[in-house]
Design a protein around this ligand. Structure first.
Ligand code: SF4
Length: 139
């Protein structure tokens, strides 16, 4: 396995503060498969879901946000947690946060769960980083 700075693993345990779901505007990218999963969870068809909750950005789709940037599905917790988008499932083990120790430490300023909680091993982190696994699995 490639030599990475986090070969001894990293600690993370979500504090459920909502910090990553609220605040500054951004994008939560969704694929058609995710759109269908979320729409189905909410009992909506794809078109109805799209009109209410999606915006097109270039050739991709992102969830709309509340005024101020909070996620449209955040209401004292995630309203679509079982079917939340991959981006949410893999946070904070995103490539940009894993680029270096300083990038991880920078991310920890916005996320009180980084550096606490259970130890994720390198073998667990790498598939999450690639979007092939869920960060909260087994947490
Ligand atoms: S991932 Fe971090 S910022 Fe997001 S809710 Fe959990 S503790 Fe808060």
């Amino acid at each position: 396995m490639a030599d990475v700075w986090y070969e001894d693993g990293l600690r993370f345990g979500c504090r459920r503060c909502g910090g990553c779901c609220t605040g500054a505007p951004g994008h939560v990218w969704v694929t058609l498969k995710m759109i269908d999963e979320i729409a189905g969870y909410l009992g909506l068809d794809r078109d109805r879901f799209g009109r209410r909750y999606l915006r097109k950005v270039g050739n991709r789709y992102s969830l709309v946000e509340k005024a101020g940037g909070d996620c449209i599905f955040f209401d004292r917790g995630c309203r679509i947690y079982p079917v939340r988008p991959l981006q949410c499932r893999t946070y904070p083990f995103w490539p940009e946060n894993l680029r270096s120790r300083s990038a991880w430490e920078l991310a920890s300023r916005a996320c009180p769960g980084i550096g606490v909680g259970r130890l994720y091993t390198l073998e667990e982190i790498q598939p999450i980083r690639k979007g092939e696994a869920d960060a909260s699995r087994g947490d």
